[in-house]
Write a protein that binds this ligand. Structure first.
Ligand SMILES: C[S@@+](CC[C@H](N)C(=O)[O-])C[C@H]1O[C@@H](n2cnc3c(N)ncnc32)[C@H](O)[C@@H]1O
Length: 410
């Protein structure tokens, strides 16, 4: 099995980034067509499950509004270095290099392994463009990627926060707070209000038909990411705006962060995709975007930092033996998108002849399990006739396992 296929199995969410760049081509965003060509995606395979041409167009409108407004806000921040977490396959690196900014693209290893060489070449191998494989829930990977980055950072996050569980989102916010403490700067993200932007856009341009098209879009994103909810404590719910807003701001305050909300309607530039819509649709769309905001988040100097970071995690290690059809595993450090491929390889090796009936995992040295780790444990469970048994788990790990349905086997 290739490294790529192993990485793809542990976290399929990277596929959503391929959809995004194909939508950018539909919208007419410069250079996106060259990236899609280099990825051999001209057949638009990632868009094939979207039910109709209008749903694709509605998505292209959301994506272009987000991309161009974010580029504008990043430039307006005045910071020289843009850290795009996650960078996906977008042409933002090329745009930033052309506008004399440093660009640091961070994403899962499977994405940067593919996107990095293509985009660096399109950016003329500019010295101020770099890409690094990270897991946003893993602080050590972020810190290592930004080693040597001087000056304040403008961290941008488009299209990632909704894929996390409550526990993961809390971790990612703690990590970003820590990066802001170390480097200075700000964090800009449209993600908390992504559902408001989608609903407002689709309602404005498709009227009564918007609900069916929104549901098709949501099904596609859930299918590609293998994520059940597309929501967490950081995401505003269109059906309960007030309470979910308060919840998200409380979460930021817990990490000594504060938010300034930038009105999308007031900051959105003209879009090339407008030529594919009727004038009245564009008028309604522009009006609707006045009800959405992008969040500019900074350290709240007035608040004492309460989280106990910075904290470097233990490196991931695993040992295993097989006795009488039982795989005995000892895991150390974090089981996440970066380390899960090693566990998957060990599992495939140990179970090459399909003789493993059960798994016992010593969790005494295990610090954390992300969704990617859970997905893999569930896959292992499906292939065993006995329950996986966990021992020595910390309170944190036990809580994560219990939430994910491993509760009765600890
Ligand atoms: C919808 S795409 C958005 C990509 C890009 N920002 C854009 O606008 O097209 C979601 C991205 O989040 C990345 N991602 C998901 N989980 C991640 C994690 N734990 N750490 C880093 N990146 C992650 C995926 O690999 C994917 O590239």
């Amino acid at each position: 099995m290739s490294v790529r296929s192993i990485e793809a199995r542990v976290n399929p969410v990277y596929l959503t980034a391929k959809t995004a760049v194909c939508l950018m081509v539909q919208a007419g965003i410069p250079e996106a067509d060259k990236i899609v060509h280099a990825l051999a995606l001209e057949n638009n395979a990632p868009l094939q499950n979207m039910t109709d041409a209008e749903t694709i167009l509605g998505n292209a409108l959301v994506v272009e509004a987000k991309y161009r407004t974010m580029c504008r806000l990043i430039e307006a921040s005045g910071y020289q270095t843009c850290v795009d977490l996650p960078c996906g396959y977008t042409p933002k690196a090329i745009y930033m290099a052309e506008h004399n900014r440093n660009f640091v693209g961070l994403d899962l290893p499977i994405v940067v392994g593919e996107a990095g060489p293509i985009i660096r070449q399109l950016a003329g191998s500019a010295e101020n463009v770099s890409f690094h494989g990270v897991d946003a829930t893993n602080y050590t990977s972020l810190k290592k990627a930004l080693q040597g980055c001087v000056g304040p950072l403008c961290i941008s996050t488009e299209g990632m926060m909704m894929y996390f569980s409550d526990d993961e989102v809390d971790n990612v916010i703690a990590n970003i707070q820590c990066l802001l403490r170390e480097h200075g700067g700000c964090w800009i993200t449209p993600d908390p209000e992504y559902a408001l932007q989608f609903c407002g856009t689709f309602r404005a341009v498709f009227g009564e038909e918007s609900l069916a098209k929104l549901m098709a879009t949501k099904d596609e994103a859930q299918g590609q990411s293998a994520v059940a909810a597309l929501g967490n404590a950081f995401i505003i719910e269109p059906t309960d705006i007030q309470n979910s807003q308060a919840r998200a701001e409380t979460l930021l305050a817990k990490h000594s962060l504060k938010v300034e909300k930038v009105n999308l309607g007031e900051h959105m530039p003209e879009l090339s995709v407008y030529k594919q819509f009727a004038p009245e649709q564009i008028v309604r769309f522009k009006e609707a975007m006045h009800h959405c905001h992008y969040w500019v988040i900074t350290l709240d100097e007035a608040k004492e930092i309460q989280t106990d970071r910075p904290r470097e995690e233990q490196p991931f290690e695993l040992q295993y033996t097989v006795k009488k059809g039982i795989l005995h595993l000892a895991l150390h450090g974090r089981l996440d998108t970066i380390s899960a491929p090693r566990l998957l390889l060990a599992w495939e090796e140990a179970n090459a002849d399909g003789s493993i009936e059960g798994v016992r995992i010593d969790c005494a040295q295990l610090e954390y399990i992300s969704s990617a780790g859970i997905r893999l444990l569930l896959e292992m469970q499906e292939n065993c006739s006995r329950h996986i048994v966990f021992s020595g788990a910390s309170v944190k790990v036990k809580e994560i396992l219990q939430q994910k349905g491993f509760g009765d086997v600890i």
